[in-house]
Design a protein around this ligand. Structure first.
Ligand code: FAD
Ligand code: SF4
Ligand code: SF4
Length: 408
């Protein structure tokens, strides 16, 4: 397929320019010209009142020289001068991918006065850090970040660009992909390099998690993915690692940034950081009533843990959505995950099955969660959890009396 302007018919009315959703048409004098970001959607063919645009059946040739693209880039999302945990996961995964295709791992850092974060990115394996430093980049805004990073993509031509599937990454990724006229796979849970073609195989859950789709972008570069936080292993930390800093030119013109941040409000939801928790005590409909979460909170307090929940409890209004774990909630990877009265539906498992140890408490010995659990306790959680708390109390007392004895 190709979209062509029939020069003799074009009257220069520029209706097509206004209607192209991809800003792919420009006027050269009185003639419409189709640019490289045309996706062949056909809108302009319909809109031209003079039938001056046609869609033809010619074989499409990829004009992009994909061999010119090299390097794996990780978007180093930072907020208030703090690198988001998902960035360390992306660097861990990016390192493996870069090694397999024999290229370098780079991070792209945007913000204001954020140079000091480069060392942290080097320590997590980045060999090069591109830094865009400007007052306008202090707080994330789509236009500003897109402009700066897209210019860098055009100039340095990365082969792969990875972003965390955070609110910011999910907003920025598609904007960059449209500008670069390339493919983006959202919310990936697995990435690997095709051993023969050396392109990126991007796997993500589809159809409510019932199907895993592997998507490739063979003919366009960069290959772009947003990656679900909490799924990949974090990069090793080594303070002795150093790399190269490349400063990106940043210049904004009037009208470049169309949004203004009036205020940033942190809600209670932001304080529930399940992604960072080492231990999570999670409850499901087996609690029977919202008050059941008070018992879970008691256990969580003993263990220094966070409280999680299944979607069914959130839907029932027993607990806020910020606690939800699973495909449509948060993905977690703690050291210990307690699943109390949770059946283990695939959508819940999608968010916690990579935990180091899973302990399930369930009255039904045929519950699917017991197949995934490392330790399964078949019993009523209202008997089991108080017993665990009692045993923890005893342990605490014993260690207190030991430390008292040793101090005499
Ligand atoms: C598109 C889509 C997205 C979804 N996303 C998510 C998601 O992100 N997260 C999520 O969790 N779900 C999600 N779901 C819902 C999911 O399919 C299940 O419905 C949900 O996880 C079930 O929650 P549950 O295990 O708490 O409840 P149930 O399935 O009702 O399980 C309750 C369990 O408690 C046990 N039990 C009962 N009484 C006791 C007791 N006294 N002591 C111990 N055990 C007891 C029962 O044996 C049972 O196994 C999604 C569904 C869809 C369609
Ligand atoms: S709408 Fe048709 S006639 Fe008008 S500028 Fe575009 S191609 Fe030319
Ligand atoms: S086919 Fe679609 S993308 Fe291409 S120029 Fe026409 S409207 Fe724009």
């Amino acid at each position: 397929m190709a979209i062509n302007v029939i020069d003799e018919k074009c009257k220069g009315c520029s209706i097509c320019v206004k209607n192209c959703p991809f800003d792919a048409i420009t006027m050269e004098g009185k003639l419409a010209v189709i640019g490289t970001s045309c996706t062949e959607c056909g809108v302009c063919v319909e809109k031209c009142p003079f039938d001056a645009i046609e869609k033809t059946e010619v074989e499409k040739k990829n004009t992009q020289d994909i061999s010119a693209y090299q390097g794996v880039w990780v978007f180093a999302e930072q907020r208030d001068g703090k690198i988001m945990p998902v960035v360390m996961e992306l660097l861990g995964e990016g390192k493996k991918l870069a090694k397999e295709i024999g290229t370098e791992l780079c991070a792209v850092l945007c913000g204001h006065n954020v140079d000091f974060l480069a060392d942290e990115l080097f320590a997590h394996g980045a060999e090069k850090v591109y830094i865009a430093d400007h007052g306008e980049l202090n707080t994330y805004r789509t236009d500003a970040y897109t402009k700066v990073i897209y210019s860098a993509i055009e100039k340095y031509k990365p082969e792969i660009v990875l972003l965390g599937a955070t609110h910011i990454g999910r907003d920025l990724g598609p904007c960059l992909a449209v500008k670069a006229n390339t493919g983006l796979t959202a919310d990936c849970t697995q990435l690997e390099i095709d051993p023969v073609g050396k392109y990126l195989k991007q796997t993500r859950p589809a159809f409510g998690g019932n199907l895993m789709a592997t998507i490739v972008c063979k003919d366009h570069r960069p290959q772009m993915s947003t990656v679900r936080p909490g799924v990949m292993d974090k990069a090793q930390y080594d303070r002795s690692l150093k790399g190269e800093v490349v400063k990106l030119e940043v210049e904004f013109n009037d009208g470049d940034i169309r949004t203004k941040v009036i205020d940033i409000v942190k809600t209670v939801k932001n304080q529930v950081s399940l992604t960072d928790a080492e231990i999570i005590v999670s409850g499901g409909m087996g609690l029977g009533k919202p008050e059941g979460f008070e018992l879970l909170q008691k256990l969580a307090d003993k263990l220094g843990a966070m409280v999680g929940a299944s979607r069914a409890c959130v839907d029932a209004g027993w607990i806020d959505h910020s606690h939800q774990i699973g495909q449509t909630g948060t993905t977690v990877k703690p050291k210990i995950y307690f699943a109390c009265g949770i059946s283990g539906a695939i959508q819940h498992l999608a968010g916690m099955q990579n935990s180091d140890y899973i302990i399930a408490i369930n009255t039904n010995e045929a519950a699917p969660i017991l197949e995934t659990a490392d330790f399964g306790i078949v019993g009523d959680l209202y008997q089991v959890i108080p017993t665990i708390i009692e045993e923890l109390d005893k342990l605490e007392e014993r260690s207190n009396s030991l430390s008292c004895a040793s101090s005499y």
